[in-house]
Design a protein around this ligand. Structure first.
Ligand code: ADP
Length: 374
């Protein structure tokens, strides 16, 4: 078993991984340049450098048995040289290579016959008009997150304005899916190919940012099986060692389309921290350090997760609001310790539901959102 795990990135995902590490006797060493990153307070050691600084990653490698990721904004070419020198990355760089660019990722999914929205590279507006209808979706091929870099375009004027502002070679174009719901799933694979897949989650995004999730998603058995089978196919095709978060669109006629693969733990899996036998963060550590995978069973009939998003610039720790959320039965609050900015993910709350409460999931979400955004 590998006891020293390096993590490239020091955000809340690494912070939650660092919470799980001591329980597995693992030392977590984090590479980040940001003094105020959440994981700084919990990591055993920090390599102070930008996450795409491969010299720093070479140093990190001397302190660790294996290196994993909480962020995909890495310099793959530079890391490949380290891999050639024997540095162990999990997931492997080969597994990450087709995923880091959204156009390449869609192309990979299409090659392995998984359903995706119609997509292409940018061409001329005339050409796009011949192939797509408004609204259409433009996405930055790299470095998009929380909807930054995703644009739902309603008319030709907006399309032309965006094409002026963003280098078009960096854009992916795709059809707008009038989905009925969005789904997510967390899946893990370990060093000897064991796979563990969590229940299907419903995710709700407003302005392209996740606001809440409900697990298990209230969908047909056939949809559940299809989403689970797609997750398994992706992990097996890429021989992933680690945890992936995969997002889907579900249409009104029950068609499932893959929206995105995050090659790491994901916001749609935060509910696992309080809601499952093994959290997605412990699962990633287990997978990359050569352990068997844990149980993905829910600890309750259902779990809701609500993101606590910044709605103002502030230094406040919002203790009063957090305490009010904690008055709700079977609730938990995870506070990342960041300063508030509008839209920033500052923390999240989870509530475990018993069978009778499953139909009340949305009213519990509203209750928490009204405490938070009052
Ligand atoms: P990010 O990588 O920033 O999370 P995504 O590609 O996942 O960006 O898009 C964020 C959100 O934008 C999605 O969860 C969804 O709500 C909306 N969205 C993205 N692509 C489409 C699409 N093709 N059709 C409809 N909505 C979309």
């Amino acid at each position: 078993m590998d006891k020293r795990v390096g993590v490239i990135g020091g955000g809340q995902l690494a912070w939650m991984m660092a919470q799980e590490a001591p329980k597995l006797n693992i030392e977590l060493i984090v590479q980040t340049s940001a003094q105020d990153d959440p994981a700084v307070s919990r990591a055993k050691q920090i390599i102070w450098a930008d996450i795409d600084d491969a010299y720093a990653t070479a140093k990190l490698a001397t302190l660790c048995d294996v290196i994993t990721f909480e962020n995909e904004f890495i310099n793959l070419t530079a890391l490949q040289q380290l891999a050639q020198q024997g540095v162990c990355f999990r997931p492997s760089l080969n597994a990450l290579a087709p995923l880091l660019d959204k156009y390449n990722q869609r192309s990979f999914l299409q090659q392995i016959n998984l359903p995706v929205p119609k997509f292409s590279l940018w061409s001329s507006p005339d050409d796009l008009m011949a192939n797509y209808e408004f609204p259409l979706v433009l996405k930055a091929r790299r470095h998009g997150y929380d909807g930054q870099g995703t644009f739902i375009v309603k008319d030709l004027e907006t399309l032309a304005a965006l094409a002026q502002r963003i280098p078009v070679a960096e854009l992916l174009v795709e059809e707008f899916i009038p989905f009925e719901r969005e789904l997510g799933i967390i899946a893990a694979r370990n060093t000897w190919g064991e796979i563990a897949i969590y229940p299907v989650t419903e995710t709700f995004q407003k302005n392209q940012v996740c606001h809440w999730t409900i697990t298990p998603a209230d969908v047909d058995q056939q949809v559940r099986q299809e989403v689970t089978a797609i997750a398994r196919t992706i992990l097996e095709q890429l021989e992933v060692v680690g945890v992936f978060g995969i997002e889907f669109f579900l249409t009104s006629d029950n068609r499932v389309l893959v929206n995105e693969i995050a090659p790491r733990t994901h916001n749609s899996g935060h509910y696992t921290l309080d809601g499952c036998d093994t959290s997605q963060f412990a699962m990633q550590l287990r997978a990359v350090s050569g352990l068997s995978l844990g149980s993905t069973n829910l600890k309750a009939a259902g779990v809701v997760m609500i993101n606590l998003l910044g709605y103002e610039e502030s230094e406040s720790d919002y203790q009063v609001k957090r305490d009010r959320i904690l008055e709700i039965a079977h609730s938990f609050v995870h506070w990342y310790g960041k300063t508030s900015r509008p839209g920033r993910k500052l923390g999240h709350a989870t509530v475990l539901l018993d069978t009778e409460q499953l139909t009340q999931a949305e009213s519990i979400i509203s209750q928490i959102e009204s405490i938070w955004y009052e």
